[in-house]
Design a protein around this ligand. Sequence first.
Ligand code: NAI
Length: 328
Amino acid sequence: SNTPIRVAVTGAAGQISYSLLFRIASGAMFGPDQPVILQLIEVPFEKAMKALEGVAMELDDCAFPLLKGMVLTDDPRVGFKDANWSLLVGAKPRGPGMERADLLKDNGKIFIGQGQIIDEVAAADARIAVVGNPANTNCMIAASQAKRLTPDRFTAMVRLDQNRAQAQLAKKAGVDLTAVKDIFIYGNHSPTMFPAFKHATINGKPVKEVITDIDWLKGPFLETVGKRGAAIIAARGLSSAASAANALVDHVRSLVTPGAIHSVAVKSEGRYGFDPDVWAGMPVKTTTPGSYEVITSYELCDFCKEKIALTNKELVEERAAVLDMIKG
Ligand code: NAI
């Protein structure tokens, strides 16, 4: 349609956004015929807002035909107003010596506020995608604050893990990336996430028939995907922002493309052995733009169940650490 979509992005002056915003404005996320208005949200500090102005200048200078407007704001009420998609990228990073529980609580406060405001002011068809870490739990927190918007509107991103797993399998098998299908991520976006290689196919054959080195699949493969973020920080001195931005483009693009099959962290409702109240990565199929159904037909082997139990445990612990905040 020719009516622009309003896309709110938090952390808009950050690293991920510096790759992300240009892809949204170019049409990579919503397609080449869909105009967009970017509603860019940052923290109320001069340095952040100044940096945001710089990013907006560059967006102007790209002369993107689909970019119909920009809002620059440090007020989430303005930023999320009438937003069709809210991309929650901004989060507080873990400082030196900071405990994980403190990180959970500090971010919890941000996502409680944003969840409430989005519920109040975003568009009727609002969809929310969370990237800021700990993404699954932040998503659970934001969704917990919503009275109008149902939990299925809130998804967290595990697509970067899926893309990493797909690339590693293709490399090992020596095939084109597109030959690898149905590799799904279960659980938390953290090193405990589980890429269920058993269900993946390479040129239509089960992975295990093509990659016969089972020890590699259970060992180095899982380790490489799980620790990829740390490996990139070690190599680049900076985190994996461009591939994270790309993964968010894929996450949303797949969610607006009926028939797409992909990994998304959604409210588990008890599926695949996850606690019903946590947001866990699992395979979904997009039904209509912005809506999906969870694919529940995959049988889990004992090894898969073991791995899922570990990542579920972490999600349950994260939820327990913030439960007093979301209930209070
Ligand atoms: P960054 O530190 O470069 O940028 C974050 C930006 O968010 C900063 O500009 C900051 O001012 C802003 N911000 C913080 N709190 C905010 C708030 N309440 N409202 C609006 N803006 C706020 O970080 P980067 O590299 O862009 O990463 C962002 C987040 O994404 C991090 O939490 C990171 O861990 C996470 N991430 C998640 C991935 C995933 O697969 N789910 C992959 C890679 C990163």
